[in-house]
Design a protein around this ligand. Structure first.
Ligand SMILES: Nc1nc2c(ncn2[C@@H]2O[C@H](COP(=O)(O)OP(=O)(O)OP(=O)(O)O)[C@@H](O)[C@H]2O)c(=O)[nH]1
Ligand SMILES: [Mg+2]
Length: 466
């Protein structure tokens, strides 16, 4: 990511595409101020808005709007930046682009402003990821998590871990650089051991919280499965609040996977409606649909098995000796080939408007819900339980490792630290090398792998010049 010695001045629309009351354009680079002055005359003081005309080279008016100047490094990119708030029209944008090009700016590549912010040290790698996540966020939990990362939550944690490793390394490495002073004192090595242990256990707890952080970022997958005609598509439509999937009384209506994105309690949920599973189908399309259903079901974080009580009672139930009524046995239906295993799976006994499910069916068990998608009975209780299950997947205090890249770095660091731990008593000098590798691994989180830090820390804390 090397930049040319003198960066070019770039521009782009910073606001969304299309017509709008206001569109924001950003110009960044060493010539940003002179280009803006050529179009609008004297600029206002930095960070103050002023209404200005924007003119082509010929003097013809392009538009009138607000102009804001940010003097580098106190800007998003760290360079001189000028922002224009103009009328959001394609014609204004085209004329502005032409004028800027004539004055020597070029249109920015994707992510180029952020890349410059990174190069100029305004944001580190983790903060850049936070910014990207914030721009992508659809739900409140995603937004809050991304905002935290953009604000340096992960970066601070990573820096803190590295600082602790530096403090462990410094006395060990001092010995390598200055061997005349004798080996690493046993006391130094003895102190390092428990410090490494403490950090390893902290990193491990962050690692287990990473699943939640990633569930917030990526969303949770919920698959609705069950026999044909059980009411799966009806449930999806009710959850989505719109007719997304075709519902019909013909078994086998849904052939392909239908995905709907929902916000449940601030968590992003990908809800999948699937093809009903049944034996003995000879329809090639239906067979392919069922194959996809199994894949989605296996992949989902939460499965919702729908059972048509009015039908399955007779298939998977028994008859009461006293009254001769059919008695529903949900366990039997649940085990009928759907592979429900997870503790987060639900069973919905649907169509209770046609066949009331007795209390004995175990509806109080928490995972089993009687429902009529048609009348809406039982829906709210199920939705509340599903929302709790979904938000539980994202609930955690220590959620800072939001991407696989972070967990990988931490995994490497833990591995190196465990190796260091084994060596620390016998060969502290060698252990220092592993601690250094752990530091390096953690340095990848923020993109700062600076070995010079180590020497700096040594000189700072050991008064070597004496
Ligand atoms: N009486 C009653 N009928 C229902 C209920 N829920 C769904 N149905 C009806 O059951 C039939 C099947 O519903 P769907 O939602 O298409 O079922 P599905 O599970 O998606 O079926 P496939 O796509 O074929 O696997 C439709 O005629 C629905 O109107 C309910 O709670 N009560
Ligand atoms: Mg369906």
């Amino acid at each position: 990511m090397r930049m040319p010695a003198t960066p070019e001045t770039i521009y782009a629309r910073a606001s969304g595409a299309g017509r709008a009351g206001v569109a924001v354009f950003r110009i960044s680079g060493p010539r940003a101020f002179s280009i803006a002055e050529a179009m609008s005359g004297l600029l206002p003081d930095p960070k103050r808005a002023a209404l200005r005309p924007i003119r082509e080279k010929s003097g013809a008016l392009i538009d009138e709007g607000l102009v804001l100047a940010f003097r580098g490094p106190a800007s998003f990119t760290g360079e001189d930046v000028v922002e224009y708030h103009l009328h959001g029209s394609p014609a204004v944008e085209a004329a502005l682009a032409e004028a800027l090009a004539a004055l020597g700016a070029r249109s920015a590549e994707a992510g180029e402003f952020t890349k410059r912010a990174l190069v100029n040290g305004k944001l580190d790698l983790a903060e850049v990821e936070g910014l990207a996540d914030l721009l992508e966020s659809e739900t409140s939990l995603q937004r809050m998590q991304a905002l935290g990362q953009l604000g340096g939550r992960l970066s601070e944690a990573a820096k803190g871990w590295r600082k602790r490793l530096l403090a462990i390394i410094a006395p060990l490495e001092a010995d390598i650089d200055f061997p005349d002073e004798g080996g690493v004192p046993a006391a130094v090595a003895a102190r390092a051991g428990p410090e490494i242990d403490a950090l390893v256990s902290e990193l491990k707890s962050h690692q287990s919280a990473a699943r939640q952080a990633q569930a917030v970022r990526e969303g949770v997958k919920v698959a609705i499965i069950g026999a044909p005609n059980a009411g799966k598509s009806s449930l999806l439509n009710r959850l989505a609040g719109s007719d997304r999937a075709i519902v019909s009384e013909i078994p086998g209506t849904t052939r392909d996977i239908i995905e709907v994105r929902l916000d449940l309690g601030g968590m992003l949920v990908s809800l999948f409606d699937t093809a009903g599973l049944r034996e003995n189908s000879e329809d090639l399309i239906e067979i392919e649909g069922m194959k996809r259903t199994r894949r989605i079901a296996a992949d989902a974080d939460i499965r919702v098995l729908m059972i048509d009580v009015s039908r399955e009672t007779f298939q998977h139930g028994s008859v009461s000796r006293e009254t001769n009524d059919p008695v529903f046995q949900p366990e039997v239906a649940e085990n009928a080939g759907y592979g429900l295993s997870g503790e987060r799976d639900f069973v919905v006994l649907n169509k209770i408007d046609l066949f009331p499910v007795p209390e004995a069916a175990g509806l109080s068990a928490g995972r089993r819900f009687g429902m009529s998608v048609r009348t809406g009975e039982g829906f709210d209780a199920f939705l509340a339980a599903l929302t709790t299950a979904v938000t539980d997947l994202g609930r955690t205090e220590d959620a800072v490792l939001t991407r696989a890249r972070h967990t990988e770095a931490v995994r490497y660091a833990i591995g190196f630290l465990e190796t260091a731990r084994e060596k620390i008593d016998e060969a502290p000098e060698l252990a220092a090398e592993d601690v250094r590798l752990a530091m390096r691994a953690l340095g990848r989180i923020t993109g700062a792998v600076d070995v010079e830090d180590v020497l700096g820390e040594i000189f700072a804390s050991f008064c070597i010049g004496k």
